[in-house]
Design a protein around this ligand. Structure first.
Ligand code: PHE
Ligand code: ZN
Length: 890
């Protein structure tokens, strides 16, 4: 448990015990140091006597010497914050074990042994939410990455695969539902063995799995049940377990699950492999969800939805995450990771799969735009900052710090490039070969690349550098046109910027989907995929009497930055004519980015400022009027590039100037297109609620219209937002209106906030929104409001959703977080210091926003750095947080 005595105190045989080790620098784990396990554990039996504050665990390991490993005589079993009550080897209690730090080490002379270890845990005191913990009176586990060692002693590494047999016993009234991985094989009651009022259940998982995929749940839960018939005609029982009262909000998750099961059969040929698939939703969870074999455990926010409490965005997120965890059954579970450096093997691939799935379920171009927005808004900054790392890192101190946008989202982009180069059919041959070759194994990223290479018939030799090198490549574009010959030469150059530990980079193959448009006809003669695989490459095209308009990196075929600005007239042309919806969107974004960057760095003033705005205004008008565009897509076009992405385009971040320039442009558009935005708000407000793309599109635009009217005509925006709020029959409209009201001031703001809180008192997920809206608001007092909300009776440091709802929203709100006083930085540093002892993996995630001090203007830079230094001086900092703080200061 978390309150266990110092694990370095040796409870084993005193003669074998080490002296307490002196405090030392944290160990750095290197990818190149990988060694195969010395011992394997083909089967494990786990026997749990469940109690909220004292769970007893009896673990029986059948261990075998690995013929391929080193032939030592010591078996090392990892532990973390636990002590062994007893240890037996082959049925005998033994003295041949000792503690080495938190690991239990046993001397063994044979090749095969049975080890039985008993531990006692206090789940109610487990605030880290890793291992076995209590949430709302129920018990559940989280074992990825290294949580299993907080339950029992085990070789807690993903390349040790075991068959699990689990017995759960506990109070029948408190824990009427008992779940674990695999199949329930028996259940009953044995009060003599387990105590009065108890019952038990036994679960066997036929599929060997690593310890990080182990899970159990015990509690008072109700199930939404359904079923799915697989491609070979097997009927799978499906259940989504939630707290009583929440079952009516599980319908969308269930539909998403069935759609995902079908899609994985159709598109990847992957069939489910157990008779039951169970999902449990818990309200205290460090991440989004977890793919434990046959027993996915979810944060409630990715399960529960109905129109009154969930936005359209929430519906999409649920669909995506339910699919993501389900897809892990093949990409992650059937083929797992050899070691944690290979994390992107399962995560990058599974993110790509869930993105493809969501694209197929809704609007593919809108999905692509959203995914690229996340990549640029979160991963690009990570890749250019102190925490930059390759998608397959070379070293780490604490693995939970590497569940990053780079490993997940850039990892998905890297595999997506393979699909661009091979085409989807050949790519599928590659993934078939991968699953066939490595089923039941713990594989590496190299295994994946090799299988795609062999199956799809690609040469990925140089492409492997995408796994090795961090940093977002920058591509420069030069076009030369020869009017007499009609030849166009396209000269492309790439540079990969230096990142921590990687000063020099080699060129990588960059697949760029490209089209050259004829200015007159507005058409192009066919798209080509150009592969920029050297520092410089030249491509030649013929038949152009006039210089064409270049459309490059269409569909965002490569995760790179195009570094050469495009002439505004070409961007206007593409925003009107490009037949690739992403490229059209991108042209519009670049038009705005180039303008705003110019305003911030002072190069766009006076007449140029007016001209720039006029051009953007015209493009906006064309978009608002374009009848061929659907509203979901139109909604994307009118979202301005975010402040973080804008900051990325500048050598020195000036948050106040960026914020002001962006807000001024919004106000200008709101004033100059006021009639259009009013008409848009009216038109969209007349569309009744449904989940159809049309209705969703109108909801998206409705609130966007208010976003532009707010700075232009606050009184009218308040009037319209209040009407939208009062008349809303769904959360998308209600939240959108409240967001706009929150950014303005006046009695309507306070009234709406109070009404919203009243209406949803007790609904944790909606109250999270209430906190986020205020902390993330454009309101100039957002900093003050956030400070006050930390003392609100509903705020709770022990619940990660609530902590994130307040402080992640705040840290992502540039105008508040980057307050010139430095108070925002101090607030986040204080949070880290207070949260770290309670929940270190959640605390460590808040270091990132403070880490970008090097690119910041001098005043704020010094303030940010000072907060990091203050944290570095805290002697009791966790390994998670210490690693992030020290990397950020380097
Ligand atoms: N493996 C989970 C996923 O991406 C994420 C996760 C990691 C959850 C660590 C909990 C802890 O699907
Ligand atoms: Zn995942």
């Amino acid at each position: 448990t978390d309150l266990a005595p110092n694990p370095s105190t040796p409870p084993g045989n005193p003669e074998l015990a080490d002296a307490a080790p002196p405090p030392q620098a944290p160990a750095i784990i290197q990818r190149k140091d990988y060694r195969v396990p010395e011992w394997l554990v083909p089967t494990i039996d786990l026997d749990f006597a469940l109690k909220l504050d004292a769970t007893r665990v009896k673990s029986t390991l059948r261990v075998e010497r690995n013929p391929h490993g080193e032939q030592g005589t010591t078996l090392r079993l990892n532990g973390d914050g636990i002590t062994a009550d007893s240890v037996t080897v082959d049925g005998q209690s033994t003295n041949s074990w000792r503690m080495d730090g938190s690991d239990l080490v046993i001397e063994l002379d044979g090749d095969k042994h049975e080890i039985v270890i008993e531990t006692t845990l206090d789940p109610a005191a487990n605030s880290q939410l890793s291992g076995l913990y209590a949430s709302n009176g129920m018990l559940c586990t989280q074992c990825e990455a290294e949580g299993f060692r907080r339950i029992t002693f085990f070789p807690d590494r993903p390349d040790v695969l075991s068959r699990y047999a689990v017995r759960l016993a506990g109070d029948k009234a408190k824990f009427p539902v008992l779940l674990a991985n695999g199949n329930e094989v028996a259940r009953g009651a044995d009060p003599e063995r387990d105590g009065p009022g108890t019952h038990w259940a036994e679960w066997h998982d036929p599929w060997p799995k690593p310890s990080y995929l182990f899970a159990l749940v015990a509690g008072e839960l109700v199930a939404n049940r359904s079923s799915f018939v697989t491609l070979s005609g097997r009927k799978v029982r499906l259940a989504i377990y939630v707290r009583p009262g929440d079952e009516a909000r599980t319908g969308h998750a269930m539909e998403s699950l069935k759609a995902a099961m079908k899609w994985d059969e159709d598109v990847y040929g992957r069939e489910y492999d157990l008779d039951d698939f169970n999902i449990v939703a818990v309200s205290d969870f460090n991440a989004g969800a977890m793919e434990n074999k046959g027993l996915n455990i979810f944060n409630t926010r990715y399960i529960l939805a109905d129109p009154d409490t969930a936005t359209d965005g929430d519906y999409d997120a649920i669909e995506g995450v339910v699919a993501h965890e389900y897809f892990h059954n093949w990409s992650g579970n059937r083929v797992t990771c050899r070691d944690w450096f290979q994390l992107s093997l399962k995560e990058g691939f599974t993110v790509l799969r869930d993105q493809q799935f969501s694209a197929a379920m809704g609007s593919a171009p809108v999905k692509r735009i959203e995914d690229v927005r996340v990549l640029r808004g979160v991963q690009f900054p990570e890749d250019s900052g102190p925490l930059a790392h390759p998608i397959r890192p070379d070293s780490y101190q604490e693995i939970s710090n590497f569940y990053t946008a780079t490993v997940y989202n850039k990892g998905a982009e890297v595999i997506r490039m393979m699909t661009v180069m091979a085409g989807l059919d050949r790519f599928r041959r590659g993934t078939d070969l991968y699953f066939e070759r490595h089923d039941g194994e713990a594989a590496t990223c190299e295994d994946f690349v090799k299988a795609i290479e062999d199956g799809a018939g690609l040469d990925l030799k140089q492409f492997r550098r995408w796994y090795e090198q961090a940093g977002t490549p920058r591509v420069e574009v030069e076009m030369r046109h020869d009017a007499t010959s009609g030849e166009v030469r396209l000269i492309l150059r790439q540079t990969v910027p230096a990142t921590p530990g990687q000063p020099d980079k080699a060129p990588m193959p960059i697949p760029l989907r490209t089209a050259l448009f004829d200015r007159m006809s507005g058409r192009h003669g066919g798209e080509q995929t150009l592969i920029l695989d050297d520092a410089t490459r030249e491509f030649s095209f013929t038949g152009f009497a006039e210089p064409p308009v270049l459309s490059i990196n269409r569909g965002f075929s490569a995760p790179v930055a195009i570094a050469t600005p495009t002439p505004a007239e070409d961007l206007l042309f593409l925003a009107r004519h490009d037949d690739d919806p992403f490229a059209r969107y991108e042209a519009m974004q670049q038009l705005v980015v180039q303008h705003l960057v110019g305003v911030v760095n002072g190069s766009v003033t006076g007449a140029a400022l007016d001209q720039g705005r006029a051009a953007i205004g015209e493009a906006f008008e064309a978009i608002l009027d374009d009848r061929a565009l659907d509203d979901l897509m139109r909604g994307e076009f009118v979202i301005l590039p975010g402040e973080t992405y804008l900051a990325e385009q500048l050598l020195v971040n000036e948050p106040a100037a960026i914020h002001a320039a962006r807000e001024e442009l919004k106000a200008w558009l709101g004033i100059n297109l006021g009639a259009q935005f009013r008409a848009l708000h009216d038109r969209c407000s007349a569309v009744p609620y449904s989940l159809s793309p049309e209705a969703r599109g109108s909801r998206k635009l409705k609130t966007q219209a208010l976003v532009y009217l707010a700075p232009a005509d606050p009184a009218e925006a308040i009037r319209r937002a209040k009407a939208q709020f009062d008349g809303a029959d769904n959360m998308t409209d209600r939240q959108g209106a409240l967001m706009v009201l929150c950014g303005l001031s006046g009695p309507e703001r306070e009234e709406a906030l109070a009404a919203f809180h009243d209406r949803y008192a007790g609904n944790a997920l909606v109250i999270d929104k209430w906190f986020s809206l205020q902390a993330g608001s454009l309101n100039p007092k957002a900093l003050e409001h956030t400070k006050a909300l930390a003392d609100h009776p509903d705020f709770n440091l022990a619940n990660p959703n609530r902590v994130r709802s307040l402080y992640m929203a705040f840290a992502a709100n540039p105008q508040a977080f980057h307050d010139a006083s430095g108070e925002g930085y101090r607030m986040i540093a204080d949070l880290i210091e207070t949260l770290d002892p309670l929940n270190s993996s959640t605390a460590a995630r808040f270091v990132t926003p403070l880490g970008r001090w090097k690119r910041m203007e001098p005043g704020r830079s010094a303030l940010m750095k000072a907060e990091l230094e203050r944290l570095a001086a805290v002697p009791t900092l966790s390994r998670d947080t210490r690693e992030q703080v020290s990397r950020s200061l380097d």
